[in-house]
Design a protein around this ligand. Structure first.
Ligand code: AHG
Ligand code: MN
Ligand code: MN
Length: 344
């Protein structure tokens, strides 16, 4: 019989590396895995809503049928609440932090930031979506945890990862000692280690950016795109363009195959679109741990100051050499300026 290792077994094995660990982080990761399986079940049957006869927006229990990103949000919050290892959840779906105030959770030492469903506009068309999570230690000593506990620099992350609900469902995470990927085996309902010690290729041939926004991009980004499209045998150009519209799916592919994902500032999104706390920082942690690079076009994402829960940042992330080259174009053109937008 082939040997396999479940996520639970892997987490316990890793915990043995820390003799004084009490297992709280392990339980927290387990809780995230449980919520992921529940969300996976719903994502997989998303197209069946009509067939199953849940007409309109009312389901069989008489409850409102909820959009999957709200459903996913509730599942993750509920799993974290029940698990008792998290004192605050910060979510894309909630304007304010969500303190978990029950007797056990309020003393828990971890903070979790989540994008419960990333790429949710792709749900209706059966395209891969994801969940992104980021875990921090609580920094306040006494009393209820606060927003300050959430607004930590990305370098302070204890763990981070994502779940991709795709042609198969995978959970990929890091605790700062490399990146490991687990594929959900639906026949046993377990995430099994399938991609140990994931490494992103140092260079790649794929660029991922929403080129529909081209006219609104800064000059450096426009020129980098042109660079990707130029014919040059020595560097295997032109590169391939791939853009799904789910950051998780785009980055997962680039992590495995090599590539760059860019969501820059645009004329209509002057700070970029993606959120620092629960999109950019966790993905930057994963990609760096896999040997890649993540910046805002100039500065390292993980070093950026975090001032607001829903703060946005431009992001250039992926294979190290590709990101560095894109940064060079940005620098040459004058980073993050709009006055230089030209119609190339
Ligand atoms: P979310 O579904 O959590 O709001 O995130 C969508 C994000 C990201 O996943 C994706 O890369 C990006 O938005 C796509 O934006 P554009 O449609 O502007 O390209
Ligand atoms: Mn998102
Ligand atoms: Mn989302």
């Amino acid at each position: 019989m082939p040997e396999f290792k479940t996520l639970g077994q892997f987490i316990i094995e890793k915990q043995a590396d820390f003799p004084y660990a009490k297992g709280e982080l392990s339980r927290l990761l387990r809780d995230i895995g449980i919520a992921a399986k529940i969300v996976n079940r719903e994502v997989n049957k998303a197209g069946l809503m009509d067939i199953l006869g849940n007409s309109g927006s009312i389901n069989i229990q008489g409850e409102s049928q909820q959009k999957l990103d709200i459903y996913a949000n509730e599942q993750f919050i509920s799993a974290l609440r029940c698990g008792g290892e998290c004192c605050i959840v910060a979510s894309e779906e909630n304007e304010n932090i969500i303190p978990l105030n029950d007797v056990i959770s309020q003393h828990a030492k971890y903070i979790v930031a989540i994008d419960p469903l990333d790429g949710s506009s792709n749900i209706d068309v059966n395209v891969a979506v994801g969940t992104i999570f980021s875990i921090y230690h609580r920094v306040s000593q006494n009393g209820p945890a606060t927003l300050e506990d959430v607004l930590q620099c990305g370098t302070q992350q204890v763990a981070a990862g994502y779940i991709i609900y795709g042609s198969s469902t995978m959970l990929v995470y890091t605790t700062g000692k490399g990146v490991n990927g687990f594929t959900l085996d639906p026949s046993i309902g377990e995430f099994c280690l399938s991609h140990p010690n994931m490494q992103i290729p140092k260079d790649g041939l794929i660029y991922s950016i929403n080129e529909g926004n081209y006219v609104h991009f800064p000059k450096g980004v426009k020129q980098y795109i042109k660079y990707c499209q130029v014919e040059d045998k020595a560097t295997n150009r032109p590169y391939t363009s791939r853009y799904i519209g789910s950051m998780v799916a785009d980055l997962h592919r680039n992590l495995i195959k090599g590539g760059i994902f860019i969501y820059p500032v645009t004329a209509s999104a002057p700070n970029g679109k993606l959120r620092l706390v629960y999109e950019c920082n966790p993905m930057a942690f994963v990609i760096e741990q896999a040997g890649g690079r993540a910046t805002n076009g100039k500065d390292r994402i993980l070093d950026l100051e975090v001032n607001k829960l829903h703060q946005r940042s431009p992001i250039f992330i992926g294979s190290e050499k590709m990101v560095m080259r894109a940064e060079a174009f940005m620098e040459e053109a004058g980073v993050l300026t709009f006055n230089d937008i030209v119609n190339l």
